[in-house]
Design a protein around this ligand. Sequence first.
Ligand code: GSH
Length: 215
Amino acid sequence: MFKLYGTPLSPFVRKAMLTLEYKGLEYENEKTFPNEQSEPFRSISPLGKIPVLDHDGFTIPDTSVICRYLDRIAPEKPIYPEDPKEEARALWLEEYADTRLIENCAGVFQERLLKPKLLRQPTDEARLAGILDSALPTCLDYLESVVPESGYLVGSHLSIADLSVVTCFIQAQYGDFDVDGSKYPRLRRYLDAAYAAPLVVKRMASERANLPPGM
Ligand SMILES: N[C@@H](CCC(=O)N[C@@H](CS)C(=O)NCC(=O)O)C(=O)O
């Protein structure tokens, strides 16, 4: 049995959930928030981060490790390309999404939605402007240069690259940010196709149905 510790509004938890769901693996979600300090949680997540996967008592943190593990034990719908160069490319895009892209997409989410609507804290307007005017456009320029005319980010199948990138843009959507198709036509087409995929439609419907009050 699989149990995933975390909260679905975390982009990393979403990435792990999308992987489990893509592979048709049933799981329970153990609601756990970032910075959970309890000793049992810290013992399975030494960095204090979500998500953590529990597979029949075997626990492992970090989505890069979790997704790879899931791919090894449920290889039917592989998310890591066979071809070494394609795999390297997919791993790079995962790394890019997990660092630079999420920093900015989650920043928009935090400043426009989480802080003002849920935490009742003021928006850091300078931070938000820096993201929207400079940091995020730099990411979008880069992605526009690597997204294909159609299809998946790498090769001819969905891969860890798609799961990692799409979860970031879903996060930004919660902060009322979406990609302008007149500036980034390829990325826009790619995201439209991703958002229409049953896997993503289902995940987003589940998230929206469980949004905390005020969000
Ligand atoms: N590299 C980790 C990142 C996970 C991560 O940063 N999770 C956030 C929530 S979205 C968190 O738990 N933050 C709490 C902290 O950094 O202390 C992964 O891929 O799972």
